[in-house]
Design a protein around this ligand. Structure first.
Ligand code: UDP
Length: 453
């Protein structure tokens, strides 16, 4: 169904890796339902769009959202060699030009509606230039939380303090010169700020993003102000407008549910309250084989019932007989939001991905975090040391001993009880934020004004 008329026309540009696209589509759907006269042209790669708009994952289509495919940047016949971030680098090399063509030559031409606003994933820092070329405001969405955002906005300051490549021996020093970040150590920072290959396309992308975000008319995130009040207030002073509009899992209309194809929820119905470990490392990370074994052995030894979302190709690494265990199920993909909201789940063993962390928090489930890359370390640090709603595994890797003791700590010890109390308080704040008079509700209205007026 084609939307006709002359209302606003918003282009939404996606960073099609990890779980970046889904939350941006969720927000786009909210905006589109609130502003039925506004047309949203939603740009992502064919693969990402096919997944997002497949009937199972996105069964509510809105007439004023139209998906457009852009190239993934891989030349015809290209064979991936498995380099880290190879797909991201190919995409980013041609992204600006692809999006430029997509917006003007396809979406604007086809709909005959002039562009009125550009919403992009914040990683697509060139959104600022594209918006300027078209004479429209740029409204970027940063997919993680306030603290990771602050670490990018302050990258140049951090580099001045520590020197580029100067972190050796200083990993435990904290960012106490940045408001609200005094609990964060250098070692918790995402790659591309002080360590990793700072000249890579990825590092230059996040560096540039941190530099240009203060020029956007508004930056929005999937969080709520009360979660990180000091960092939020500091970001409000650094950015023209900083809008926390989450948690998305609690806002209405809810994101379309992932179908329970593998019977996770019916299995959970048979378990005792707050006893089950739910395990998932998101869409990208997989622990190395020895850690999969350690985790499996810890589950076996502790007899904790579990649901483990694990890709089929990783199952070969599990110990013999593990797959026949009666007190756990392995599934290739779980309806995570509904699983975490089920009363039987007592702990979430996670990579510390931002969406997973928000979802766990919204459901009041404590976490055991095994960080891999990006914002995971920083998120894990906040979980353990600031909000006190979970623990990071010792040394950042799974061992049988460590997982067994973390499970005991969270499920059976006083400390786990305290984590659940802290979560209850945060959950109440989150619910209030998305309530009728809440901060996220007000911020969403402001976002709607920026994007759709
Ligand atoms: N997820 C899911 N089922 C699974 C595993 C993950 O629905 O079995 C969803 C989860 O609810 C979350 C997303 O995938 O929304 C993972 O996002 P996150 O930011 O945590 O990690 P990423 O995929 O970006 O590494």
């Amino acid at each position: 169904q084609q939307v006709t008329g002359s209302g606003p026309h918003v282009a939404v540009l996606v960073f099609p890796f990890g779980t970046h696209a889904a939350p941006l589509l969720t927000i786009t759907r909210r905006l589109a339902s609130a502003a039925p006269d506004t047309l949203f042209s939603f740009f992502s790669t064919a693969q990402s769009n096919a997944y997002l708009f497949s009937t199972s994952h996105h069964n509510t289509t809105l007439p004023n959202i139209k998906a457009y495919n852009v190239s993934d940047g891989a030349p015809e016949g290209y064979v991936f060699v498995g380099e880290p971030l190879e797909d991201v680098e190919l995409f980013m090399t041609v992204a600006q030009e692809n999006f430029r063509k997509g917006i003007l030559e396809v979406a604007v031409a086809e709909t005959e509606r002039k562009l009125s606003c550009l919403v992009t994933d914040a990683f697509l820092w060139f959104g600022k230039d594209l918006a300027e070329e078209n004479g429209v405001p740029w409204v970027p969405f940063f997919v993680s939380g306030a603290c990771p955002l602050s670490s990018h906005v302050y990258t140049d300051t951090i580099r001045q303090n520590f020197g580029v490549g100067g972190m050796v021996g200083r990993e435990d020093e904290t960012l106490d010169f940045i408001p609200g970040m005094s609990n964060i150590r250098i070692r918790d920072l995402p790659e591309g700020i002080l360590f990793g290959n700072l000249e890579s396309i990825f590092s230059r992308m996040v560096h540039r993003m941190g530099q240009v975000l203060p020029e956007a008319v508004a930056v929005f995130i999937n969080s709520f102000e009360e979660l990180d009040p000091v960092v939020t207030s500091d970001m409000k002073s650094k950015l023209k407008k900083f809008l926390n509009v989450g948690p998305l899992t609690l806002s209405t209309p809810p994101a379309p549910a992932v179908p329970d194809s593998y019977g996770c929820l019916t299995w959970l119905d048979k378990q005792k309250p707050a006893t089950v470990a739910y395990i998932s490392f998101g869409s990208v990370a997989t622990p190395p084989p020895n850690e999969l074994v350690a985790l499996a052995e810890a589950l076996e030894a502790s007899r904790v019932p579990f649901i483990w979302s694990l890709k089929d190709k990783s199952k070969v690494h599990l110990p013999n007989g593990f797959l026949d265990r009666p007190n756990g199920i392995l599934v290739p993909w779980a309806p995570q939001i509904d699983v975490l909201a089920h009363g039987a789940v007592g702990v979430f063993i996670s990579h510390g991905g931002y969406n997973s962390m928000q979802e766990s928090m919204s459901s009041g489930v404590p976490m055991i975090v095994r960080p891999f890359f990006g914002d995971h370390g920083l998120n894990g640090r906040m979980v353990e040391h600031v909000w006190e709603i979970g623990v990071i595994v010792e040394g950042g890797i799974f061992t049988k001993k460590c997982v067994t003791s973390c499970l005991d700590l969270v499920l059976a010890q006083e400390k786990g009880k305290k984590m659940r109390e802290n979560l209850k308080a945060l959950k109440e704040l989150a619910h209030r934020a998305v309530g009728p008079e809440g901060s996220s509700t007000k911020n969403f209205k402001a976002l709607l004004d920026f994007v759709c007026s």
